[in-house]
Design a protein around this ligand. Structure first.
Ligand code: SAM
Length: 187
């Protein structure tokens, strides 16, 4: 069976993230991607995870504690637009993941936004290792979602093909705006 965009995002991360790697979860939410990345990097690796909602940090901390994965993770209660000043420039990132949209079962007004997403992408790209990947799973059915999808499409299509490969993964016959996955890989 074909993988959902969410499942495929983990497959793409698993292919490149090795023990000891430094990675980013740009939209922590309930910590599913944070925990997945923490498992991949192991105790010698580093996961930088960001969210603007306190509830996200509480839920993620709880999940990581239950799984015994707190050692390799740093949770930031701030937006991913602060990555430029938060993650040292000399840090080499193997991967970053974004789940764009709102946190399910919480305030639908708190959504990721094009300008802050762009700022985060710029900062991550300068730190991304060769063969490193940025995965964006874009939910766009909510108010404001189309604008963010347009930003991600425009941003990724403009990346020079000599330096980056970009793919999208999307079900084109499903109802209710299923998420679209983008993967940016540095050559
Ligand atoms: N990956 C998450 C998980 O495993 O549960 C789901 C992420 S949810 C679709 C999007 C998250 O982005 C929300 O938790 C929201 O608070 C967060 N968010 C919104 N704006 C943000 C920003 N500027 N920086 C970081 N996170 C942000």
């Amino acid at each position: 069976m074909l993988q959902t965009a969410l499942h495929f995002s983990h497959t793409l991360l698993k292919e490149v993230v090795e023990p000891g790697a430094s990675v980013v979860d740009a939209t922590m939410g309930n910590g599913n991607d944070t925990a997945f990345l923490a498992q991949l990097v192991g105790s010698k690796g580093l996961v930088y995870a960001f969210d603007i909602q306190e509830a996200a940090l509480i839920n993620t901390e709880k999940k990581l504690t239950e799984l015994g994965l707190t050692e390799q993770v740093t949770l930031f209660h701030k937006g991913h637009e602060t990555i430029e000043e938060t993650i040292p420039t000399e840090t080499s990132l193997t991967a970053a993941v974004f789940n764009l949209g709102y946190l399910p079962k919480s305030d639908k007004q708190i959504i990721t936004k094009p300008d802050t997403t762009k700022k985060a992408l710029d900062a991550i790209l300068t730190r991304l290792k060769p063969k490193g990947r940025i995965i964006l799973v874009v939910y766009y059915g909510h108010t404001g979602g189309e604008a963010e999808l347009a930003l991600v499409q425009d941003y990724s299509q403009k990346l020079p093909q000599e330096e980056y490969s970009v793919l999208t993964y999307q079900f084109v016959n499903q109802r209710n705006n299923p998420p679209i996955l983008f993967c940016i890989e540095k050559k």
